[in-house]
Design a protein around this ligand. Structure first.
Ligand SMILES: Nc1nc2c(ncn2[C@@H]2O[C@H](COP(=O)(O)OP(=O)(O)OP(=O)(O)O)[C@@H](O)[C@H]2O)c(=O)[nH]1
Ligand SMILES: [Mg+2]
Length: 296
């Protein structure tokens, strides 16, 4: 009895036991490029070359689209805020059924030059949003408060259909929202739907990014210490899955933790949200600049 403990030479079974790979990388897969004050200042003072930039969020039901909008608003106001209704019970049916255009603020009564279009989830028990509707939305044909019709896309005679949209009505950046804890289990048809939307955006020259939410639910290390996000092997793997399946390069993928429980602000949560926001603003602004140059 106890022979395995008393002997110093390992048995053959021990020799072939797989050595678990470390969950923490020795080098980060992405480096932080500046501090929170600098990035917050850059974002708060951002002046686009149009009155307001417009971005659209799209992705599967429950991915965290509405939560991301609220997180962006919280970072700008440095307090708890709820401008988009979130879904706290995941039923498989999209909670957001209307197209809502959220206008962000950077202080009480002070508008921020970013509008966010929150649309219905891509995949849901009731069929989800129609691809044609997404495309019409980013071309600027759908007005705020339009209720999606599960059986058909918007028609030209609908009062919420805008016939001749201007550059301000159009979407200047497509933000695909995926949750880190479910991306590896997502069905191929959802990725296919996303790819098609992305390709349509590419034809219009609209830049695209992925915001990967719920990192705290996908990695124990990150759940305990969000600062480890760029040192987490698991998060890097999830980012790779997003990139390969949606076809968006790694340098346009932003892992974030949304505010979902806390009522107070957290500098680390803010830092990752701000990193995503800063790049989205720049990409959207570059697009608007290209469109304006075309008109010259
Ligand atoms: N822990 C954690 N929970 C999150 C995070 N992001 C979102 N959630 C939660 O996930 C659930 C779904 O989030 P929503 O923002 O409602 O998702 P959605 O994409 O808007 O969903 P639909 O409108 O139904 O398409 C909510 O309970 C959120 O509080 C995150 O980063 N971490
Ligand atoms: Mg929503």
């Amino acid at each position: 009895m106890g022979s395995r403990l008393s002997t110093s030479s390992p048995s053959s079974a021990d020799v072939f036991l797989p050595v678990p790979e470390p969950a923490v990388l020795t080098e980060p897969w992405r480096k932080m490029d500046c501090g929170i004050d600098e990035i917050l200042h850059e974002v708060k003072e951002f002046k686009p070359n149009i009155e307001a930039l417009r971005i659209v969020l799209y992705g599967p039901t429950g991915a965290g689209k509405s939560s991301f909008i609220n997180s962006l608003q919280r970072v700008l106001l440095n307090r708890n805020a709820m401008i988009a209704l979130e879904n706290s019970t995941c039923t498989g049916t999209s909670f957001t059924k209307k197209m809502n255009i959220h206008k962000l603020k950077k202080g009480r009564g002070v508008p921020y030059p970013l509008e966010i279009v929150d649309i219905m989830g891509l995949q849901s028990a009731d069929g989800g949003i129609k691809e044609e509707d997404i495309i019409r939305a980013f071309e600027g044909h759908i007005l705020d408060d339009y209720t999606f019709n599960p059986v058909g896309a918007i028609t030209d005679d609908n009062p919420k259909h805008k016939k001749n949209p201007t550059l301000s009505d159009k979407v200047h950046c497509l933000v695909c929202v995926l949750s880190a804890d479910s991306v590896s289990r997502m069905e191929n048809n959802v990725f296919e739907k996303m790819k098609q939307v992305r390709e349509s955006a590419s034809l219009l020259g609209i830049p695209q990014v992925i915001v990967m939410t719920r990192v705290d639910k996908a990695c124990e290390l990150v759940s305990q210490d969000l600062k480890k996000i760029y040192y987490s092997k698991k998060i890097k793997e999830k980012v790779d899955v997003c990139s390969v399946n949606v076809g968006i390069p790694l340098n346009a993928i932003y892992p974030v933790k949304n505010y979902s429980e806390s009522i107070t602000q957290d500098l680390v949560i803010d830092m990752f949200i701000l990193t995503a926001l800063r790049d989205i603003l720049n990409f959207a602004s570059d697009y608007v600049e290209r469109e304006l140059e075309k008109d010259d």
